[in-house]
Design a protein around this ligand. Structure first.
Ligand code: SF4
Length: 254
């Protein structure tokens, strides 16, 4: 599909390293979306369903020109569905110049852009992408710092810094929270996260994503130890309880 241009880790904005694309995504932003999964992530989320995107040297290197040519062929469904392009991962902001260039080029031809990020970037290098994208999907995996560290193996502070920055620039933001039984579903953890998010006037809504086992086969294939192999999907009433906690703070929840 794309022309492979080199095997080195990209630093230039005109090319980047991706894992794959999804041409008709419906869960990563409004409408039907062309989703680009970038390669590389510094987090080690226990529930990651894309562990094959971790290694920044895997995947394929593509040019922005190649991606734009592919994206253009899906313009009509994006237009009619109110969709656009979502850059996800992996962690897109590991390649901030590439992501910024993609956002800039899409917006120049009238395509809506969304960025799905854990908020664990090289902050200063990532500002132009955060400034120019239309919508940020910010994954906040816990509010309790210890739980956050356990879930992701990195500290929470960079993500909170990004959240505050998005609020400072009033960037339309959807917060995403994965509900994992026995891990992130503590009442106090959710209450504190809801209270924090409710202060951010840039947040349009919160998406509560119930944990599932659909990515577990990838952990087995990669030979990674999967700590959540016995964790159940949350029940409907557990999801509803989480929804009500966020709604009680005046937040729109999906
Ligand atoms: S941030 Fe996303 S891609 Fe990275 S480890 Fe966590 S769930 Fe996986």
């Amino acid at each position: 599909m794309f022309t492979s241009v080199s095997s080195s880790v990209p630093m230039r904005g005109d090319r980047g390293r991706i894992h794959s694309v999804e041409t008709c995504g419906t869960v990563d932003g409004p409408g039907i979306r062309f989703v680009i999964f970038t390669q590389g992530c510094r987090l080690r989320c226990l529930y990651c369903h894309n562990p094959d995107t971790r290694d920044p040297n895997q995947g394929q290197e593509v040019t922005v020109d190649d991606l734009l040519a592919e994206i253009q062929t899906y313009r009509s469904y994006m237009t009619y569905s109110g969709g656009g392009v979502t850059i996800s991962g992996g962690e897109p902001l590991l390649q901030p110049e590439f992501v910024h260039e993609l956002i800039r080029r899409c917006r120049a031809i009238g395509i809506h852009t969304a960025l799905d990020t854990s908020g664990y970037p090289d902050f200063e290098r990532s500002k132009p992408a955060l400034d120019d994208v239309d919508l940020v999907l910010l994954d906040i995996k816990s509010f309790n710092p210890q739980i956050y560290q356990t879930v992701t193996h990195v500290p929470i502070e960079p993500t909170l810094r990004v959240a505050h920055y998005l609020n400072d620039i009033q960037k339309p933001t959807w917060v995403r929270f994965v509900l994992v039984p026995g891990l992130t579903d503590g009442i106090q953890n959710m209450e504190q996260l809801a209270a924090f998010v409710a202060q951010l006037t840039c947040v349009e809504k919160v998406e509560i994503l119930p944990f599932h086992q659909m990515g577990s086969y990838k952990w087995r294939q990669l030979g990674y130890a999967y700590a959540l192999k016995d964790t159940a999907t949350p029940t409907q009433s557990e999801v509803q309880q989480a929804v009500e906690i966020f709604q009680a703070h005046g937040l729109t929840v999906q």
